[in-house]
Design a protein around this ligand. Structure first.
Ligand SMILES: [Zn+2]
Ligand SMILES: [Zn+2]
Length: 171
């Protein structure tokens, strides 16, 4: 049995309740240890003036966070992010680093907002663990093309994705 990774959440949002629900959901779904810390996340260099958005790829390629086989880092910001050729993205993962933005998750309904935060965080962590997108629209690893996709899916994994995670962790 391989070692379980530690999830390191670095956030620059004032909504501690959102962070707490992400932390709890990650513990519940993956059973990993989770650390979270409020910190400035340098994204200004990734600002695209004409799009008025931040380039998520640039942010992830230029980060300075410690990542390894056993430490997966998730950045949480509230600025609008994109990855070409898409108009925007809810989040992005490259290898052992990922980012999500709460910018397009905002809802008048607090529960819906918190639920969206959990789903996007669990989804990107799934990518960091090697999962790709799932065809099951209720599975958290289903690709969200719109917020309706996010609202329709669960923050949990389907059985197929669960068994893939088990396999990859046992390596
Ligand atoms: Zn994805
Ligand atoms: Zn699945």
């Amino acid at each position: 049995m391989g070692m379980s990774p530690i999830i390191n959440i670095v956030y620059e949002i004032d909504d501690i309740e959102a962070i707490n629900s992400i932390v709890e959901a990650v513990k519940e779904v993956y059973g990993f240890e989770v650390f979270s810390e409020y910190n400035k996340i340098n994204v200004e260099f990734a600002y695209n003036l004409s799009r008025k958005q931040y380039d998520a790829l640039k942010i992830l390629f230029n980060h300075r966070y410690p990542v390894s086989k056993n430490i997966l880092t998730l950045l949480v910001i509230d600025k609008d992010i994109y990855v070409s050729p898409l108009n925007f993205c809810f989040g992005l993962a490259i290898d052992k680093i990922a980012i999500i933005s709460t910018f397009r998750l905002i809802s008048q309904d607090r529960e819906i907002f918190l639920s969206r935060c959990k789903k996007e965080a669990i989804h990107e962590i799934g990518h960091m663990l090697g999962l790709s997108h799932c065809k099951n629209y209720t599975c958290v690893m289903f690709f969200s093309n719109s917020i309706a996709d996010t609202d329709r899916k669960s923050y949990r994994m389907c059985d197929v994705c669960k068994s893939k995670i088990k396999k990859s962790l046992s390596k």
